[in-house]
Design a protein around this ligand. Structure first.
Ligand code: SF4
Ligand code: SF4
Length: 377
């Protein structure tokens, strides 16, 4: 085991291999505040990559309704129940550890003998119903004398649900990769996308067991495992992935997390409005989420770490720059490498600094009209 630096948990941790960051890292920000669970992303992925025999149950992109939905069912609550105390020292936050320091064990540190990470293989029935629990809230409306109690009131609703869109996180420390005894899974040095060599895979399913997000899926027809490939043929030509390009709700933005000019860098590292999914598990996932504004913080803290309150505050009253970037979600199929937000516009540029698209960023909405701002975030 090596000691590697994980900025999301604010400390070093154990990992099977040495730290080896790619030249640049594929990343995306998803904004569940906008998701309508239309599943267009899900079908865009399915019709591109998983339409063959043996792939029927594979949904590399899925959209589940929290708190009860999940694909496979209970993927996160089951792992959480193995993991013990999930304590953070948020007071230790600094520029290079924005969420403070995680005091519990990562999945790598909680591994039992013969594992590289704590995990489990889902049962067949947990893979059977990809969208179970859709639109089901945390509890039913309670009536007293025919009058509904616990009605919705911002900032945190008592009765709530939200849509969580998920793909492979193309983690910096992939548990699927560390689990594989055949070295069949590798992280591409040019873009950080995690792919699998199917000629090396023997279908042992160690990756299925140890990926905490349950994104590798076993093909009973070919008897090897498959996973999301980050649409790398599109990314090589500077196009965003199929799920991101198809998104009807404009909830998704793709880019590079380590490029200071990138909108992703601004949203994650500078503004800290987009947070990693279960950062405490230690894989350093590279899909980030703007937390849904109406959900109790106790639930969101467990899912996105201690940065939730600050992120919700920022998205509720967005700065001019943040509001501008929110207009750039879903407006181009090209990967945005850099941007500018001026008085009236948000402008996106490609890798060569050429303008891709320009959208209006109406100053009338910026911090002056809260009601209007609520409608655009
Ligand atoms: S989400 Fe799972 S499958 Fe994807 S890179 Fe991370 S550990 Fe591997
Ligand atoms: S296409 Fe976009 S809005 Fe529709 S379910 Fe997928 S992420 Fe949500």
């Amino acid at each position: 085991m090596s000691q590697v630096n994980n900025w999301q948990i604010g400390r070093k941790m154990e990992y099977r291999y040495d730290e080896a960051r790619p030249k640049r890292q594929f990343a995306a920000v998803f904004n569940p505040n906008r998701c309508i669970a239309c599943q267009t992303c899900t079908m865009a992925c399915k019709s591109t990559w998983t339409f063959s025999k043996g792939q029927e149950y594979m949904w590399w992109n899925n959209v589940e309704t929290k708190p009860f939905g999940g694909y496979p069912h209970s993927w996160d609550s089951k792992l959480l129940s193995y993991m013990g105390e999930q304590e953070w020292d948020a007071g230790a936050a600094s520029a290079d550890k924005p969420y403070g320091e995680f005091k519990g064990k990562t999945i790598f540190e909680a591994a039992k003998s013969k594992e590289t990470a704590a995990g489990y293989i889902p049962s067949d029935d947990q893979w059977n119903a990809p969208n179970i629990g859709e639109d089901t809230a945390n509890k039913a409306i309670h009536l007293e004398d025919g009058v509904a109690q616990d009605w919705a009131e911002l900032p945190q609703h008592k009765i709530w649900f939200f849509y969580l869109a998920r793909i492979c996180n193309h983690c910096t420390y992939p548990a699927c990769l560390s689990a594989c005894p055949r070295a069949a899974i590798y992280k591409r040095p040019q873009d950080g996308i995690v792919v699998q060599d199917q000629t090396r895979c023997r279908g042992y399913r160690y990756c299925v067991r140890e990926c905490p997000y349950k994104k590798p899926m076993y093909n009973g027809n070919t008897r090897v495992t498959e996973k999301c490939i980050g649409c790398y043929p599109r990314v090589e030509d500077d196009w965003v992935t199929r799920c991101i390009s198809a998104c009807v709700g404009k909830i998704r933005l793709q880019g590079w997390i380590d490029n200071e000019k990138s909108p992703i860098y601004f949203l994650v590292k500078k503004e800290q409005v987009a947070l990693p999914l279960y950062p405490q598990w230690g894989t350093e996932p590279n899909v980030y989420y703007i937390p849904p504004r109406w959900v109790p913080f106790s639930y969101l803290n467990q899912m996105f770490g201690p940065g939730v309150e600050k992120a919700v505050e920022k998205i509720t009253k967005p700065s001019h720059e943040l509001l501008g970037l929110l207009q750039l979600f879903g407006v181009t199929q090209k990967i945005i490498h850099s941007y500018e937000v001026d008085e009236k516009n948000a402008v996106a540029f490609d890798e060569n600094g050429k303008e891709i698209i320009r959208v209006e960023n109406n100053p009338e909405l910026v911090g002056r009209d809260e009601a209007a701002c609520k409608n655009v975030t």
